[in-house]
Design a protein around this ligand. Structure first.
Ligand code: NAD
Length: 259
């Protein structure tokens, strides 16, 4: 399949995990890539991996902090300067933040997580939707989480931000469907990315793999998801094939959120 021939896909959080896996998937199908992240070394790693799979891929890399509106305006402008359009936008950069009871969570940590996971997603949508509305075409996939559908515990900032991403998704989907633009969200469960590995190492130290096994025991499929499994879903949702999927929040979690 070559669903992304002549298409431009913009991805935030592209230096790692779900963003990197999705970049690989759409590039293999012909996409031109605009890759955004705070982590420049990670972006370079993504670029190398993409070129191994898709040697012809055109790639723009942009260092930006999605919690800063100026940076977001700039990454959208740079993408348009280079490629003239944005067909797909994977609005994905995010952090987990520290875990704590609500009463001990702290406003600084709360605001930090909201700043990246919610404000960052809003800024991205704001600038990209203007472009897609003019084009009369486009697909946005926001990254929510199982923690944006139900309570997880000890994650006030994360839960609030991801429930907020679901709200932003549905709100804009209703507004922009008439322009041919669809907006949807994915709600991943536990996917084995550097983010999750980092949390498991905090919990279990050298014993983190054992802690991981206990962690997924309640999951109906008793395993972590793989980043590439999310990449396949994101590629489908960004493609023309999924244009009529609008306002939907799609779990990819082995069934965890329905248990
Ligand atoms: P990851 O840590 O592997 O990748 C996240 C990327 O976002 C990193 O490259 C990081 O540098 C970047 N980033 C963080 N803050 C940024 C900022 N302010 N500006 C620009 N880039 C920034 O994590 P991941 O698991 O791939 O997570 C991607 C998204 O998926 C996040 O929104 C996360 O909340 C969500 N998610 C992940 C899981 C999971 O199990 N892995 C589950 C549910 C939701």
């Amino acid at each position: 399949m070559n669903r992304f021939e002549d298409k431009v896909v913009l991805i935030t959080g592209a230096a790692s995990g779900l963003g990197q896996a999705s970049a690989l998937q759409v590039a293999k199908e012909g996409a031109k890539l605009s890759l955004v992240d705070l982590n420049q070394e990670g972006l370079e790693e993504t670029r190398k991996k993409v070129l191994l799979e898709a040697p012809e891929a055109e790639i723009l890399m942009i260092a930006a902090d999605v919690s800063k509106e100026e940076d977001v305006k700039n990454y959208v402008e740079q993408t348009i300067q280079k490629f003239s359009r944005i067909d797909g936008f994977f609005n994905n950069a995010g952090i987990e933040g520290k875990q704590n009871l609500t009463e001990d969570f702290g406003s600084a940590e709360f605001n930090k997580v909201i700043g990246i996971n919610l404000n960052g997603v809003f800024y991205g949508m704001q600038y990209v939707l203007r472009i897609m509305k003019k084009q009369g075409y486009g697909s946005i996939v926001n990254t929510a989480s199982v923690g944006g559908i139900r309570g997880v515990g000890n994650q006030s900032g994360y839960a609030a931000s991801k429930h907020g991403v679901v709200g932003l998704t549905r709100n804009s989907a209703i507004e922009y469907g008439q322009y041919g633009v669809s907006v949807k969200a994915i709600a991943p469960g536990a996917i084995m990315t550097p983010m999750v590995e980092g949390s498991l190492k905090q919990m279990g130290g050298d014993n983190w793999e054992e802690v991981g096994k206990e962690f997924v025991e309640p999951n109906p499929m008793k395993r972590f998801g793989k980043p590439e499994e999310v990449g396949y879903l994101v590629a489908f949702l960004l493609s023309d094939q999924a244009n009529f999927i609008n306002a939907a929040v799609i779990p990819i979690d082995g069934g965890q959120s329905y248990k």
